[in-house]
Design a protein around this ligand. Structure first.
Ligand code: ZN
Length: 151
C-alpha cells in the first residue's frame, strides 16, 4: 500500500514538474515575490493578483528541480480563488506537513492533493525545495497585509 502510494505521489510530482499549472508572468499582478533556495539552486518569481481580499489570480515563473517546480504548480492551483485567510491557513497546514516529522492522516485529507508533497520527508535535503513556493505565497500575502494597514 505504502509503495503504491509513493508511486502515485511520484507520478503527480513528475506530471506537475513537466506540465506546470499557472506557469508564466501574470499581467495585472499587484504582488510579486522572488525567492531562491541556495541549497538546490531553485528560483521562483510568484505573481499574485489580490482583489477584494481574495487570490483573484496567481502565476509563477521559475527554474529548478522537479520538486520545486511541482510544488509551485500545485500551490498555485490550490490557492487560486481562495480568500486571503484561507490561503494563509493552507500555507500553515502544508508548511507543518512538510516540516513536522509526524503527519497525521486527517491533516493529509485536509490538504487534499497537496499531500503528494509530504513524500519529500524521505529526502530531508529536498524539504526546502518543496517549501519555497509556500514561503513565497506567505510573503506575498503578508505584504498585502502591511500595505492594507498603511492605507
Ligand atoms: Zn530543489
Amino acid at each position: 500500500m505504502r509503495e503504491s502510494l509513493a508511486g502515485l505521489y511520484q507520478e503527480m510530482i513528475i506530471d506537475h514538474a513537466h506540465n506546470p499549472r499557472n506557469f508564466g508572468e501574470l499581467t495585472g499582478a499587484n504582488r510579486t515575490v522572488h525567492v531562491v533556495n541556495p541549497l538546490c539552486g531553485d528560483q521562483l518569481t510568484l505573481y499574485l493578483n489580490l482583489t477584494d481580499g481574495a487570490v483573484a489570480d496567481i502565476a509563477f515563473l521559475g527554474s529548478g528541480c522537479a520538486i520545486s517546480q511541482a510544488s509551485s504548480s500545485l500551490m498555485t492551483a490550490a490557492v487560486k480563488g481562495l480568500p486571503h485567510g484561507e490561503a494563509l491557513t493552507l500555507f500553515g497546514r502544508v508548511h507543518s506537513m512538510l516540516t513536522t516529522e509526524t503527519v497525521d492522516e486527517a491533516a493529509l485529507v485536509e490538504v487534499g492533493k497537496l499531500a503528494v508533497l509530504s513524500g519529500v520527508w524521505e529526502y530531508p535535503a529536498r524539504v526546502k525545495c518543496a517549501t519555497l513556493a509556500w514561503q513565497a505565497l506567505r510573503n506575498a500575502l503578508e505584504d498585502g497585509d502591511r500595505r492594507g494597514e498603511k492605507e
